[in-house]
Ligand binder design. Structure first.
Ligand SMILES: NC(=O)c1ccc[n+]([C@@H]2O[C@H](COP(=O)([O-])OP(=O)(O)OC[C@H]3O[C@@H](n4cnc5c(N)ncnc54)[C@H](OP(=O)(O)O)[C@@H]3O)[C@@H](O)[C@H]2O)c1
Length: 329
């Protein structure tokens, strides 16, 4: 075989391996690699990790994954009883954790004037903070043109301004400490727009803008930024979702049979992404990961997909079935 034929054969083999890998994984290839040969989660043993939205779903399972690895935790959300439940589970499975190592800190992330106070409480308790995981957030189901501006404001107060405000306090502290790690739970909706979640897509795209900018400014420092981008995951998120009306919740539960990643698997993958300081990590069940590779790297093909399959097809892929009809449909 001449050299040219050998090179072409190797390229074809690489492409086939790449496509097969994309069909098998439930996360992007860098994260899949990190789960096999990257730093294990217990390299964060003894680090202080503050997780917002830790009372349920993805945040709860990020906390459990870190507790297994021996990290010290600050658990924040509004529901004290749920935080205490997560705290006792962390202590039960935690590697050498005592009660003092898992701090429950009830907090509403939209109350930005209280954040400095909460931050000082964390420092007083642990003497330091190593990683801030901004996970609290709510999704949305609504037709774009029906959304009241008040919903956009509520969405941004929770999913953007609360995150930016707390992260600014943390980054100023990390700057003084000369190291630290900011993590935000974004969404695949922050990577490429999804239908029937206009304000949510806007908010998660804003997160990518803010935190990609932060990463670039801190490239020369020891301050890392990780954006976690889950696809559909089993949690309370659908019932809690914003609609098109201010103050309203979508109110419908995800069903056990829905095709979504478990919050446990998602929490584990998020913890691996954080331990390996990945810049951006995607996680979702087949066929969403290979589709996202196509959407991001071949945007013209995406337009064809959307044109021929229709927006409702994509909503069905997210929610398994279209539940309550949105108002004007
Ligand atoms: N599930 C999915 O399919 C999915 C997909 C992509 C991205 N995400 C993202 O993942 C993150 C977690 O969502 P999840 O799916 O785990 O849903 P979840 O089970 O409803 O968890 C949301 C968490 O946010 C907290 N929270 C909500 N409003 C808050 C506020 N004002 N102040 C403080 N905490 C607040 C909730 O706690 P309290 O109610 O106790 O305050 C809860 O702990 C969100 O940022 C979401 O956008 C989820």
């Amino acid at each position: 075989m001449n050299v040219c034929a050998w090179i072409v054969t190797m390229i074809v083999i690489c492409i086939i391996v790449y496509i097969i890998a994309l069909l098998l994984v439930d996360c992007d290839l860098s994260l899949a690699w990190a789960t096999k040969v990257g730093k294990p989660i217990d390299t964060l043993c003894g680090k202080v990790v503050w997780i917002t939205g830790a009372s349920s779903g993805i945040g709860e399972h990020i906390a459990l994954a870190f507790a297994r690895g021996g990290a010290k935790l600050v658990l924040s959300a509004r529901r004290l009883n749920e935080l205490e439940r997560v705290q006792s589970n962390c202590l039960r499975i935690g590697k050498n954790l005592t009660e003092r190592d898992v701090l429950v800190m009830p907090m509403d992330v939209t109350a930005v004037d209280q954040m400095e106070f909460h931050f000082q409480q964390v420092l007083e308790h642990f003497g330091k903070l190593d990683i801030l995981v901004n996970n609290a957030g709510r999704s949305q189901r609504a037709e774009w043109e029906d959304i009241e501006l008040g919903v956009d404001r509520e969405m941004f107060d929770l999913n953007v301004f609360g995150v930016v405000a707390l992260s600014r306090i943390a980054v100023r502290y990390f700057q003084r400490k000369s190291e630290g790690h900011i993590v935000v739970t974004s969404s695949l909706a922050g990577v490429k727009a999804v239908p029937f979640s206009g304000s949510y897509t806007g908010a998660k795209h804003a997160i990518h803008g803010y935190f990609d900018a932060l990463r670039i400014e801190k490239l020369a420092s020891n301050i890392a930024v990780t954006l976690l981008c889950p696809g559909p995951v089993h949690s309370n998120f659908l019932a809690e979702s914003f609609t098109d009306r201010a103050g309203e919740k979508f109110g419908q539960a995800v069903e056990a049979t829905d095709r979504r990643m478990t919050a446990e698997r998602c929490g584990y993958l998020c913890a691996v992404a954080i331990a390996n300081k990945l810049e951006e990590a995607w996680m979702a069940l087949f066929p969403i990961i290979p589709l996202y590779y196509i959407f991001v790297y071949y945007p013209n093909i995406t337009s064809l997909f959307v044109h021929y399959l229709g927006a409702r097809f994509f909503l069905k892929m997210r929610d398994t079935k279209v539940r309550k009809e949105m108002r004007t449909v």
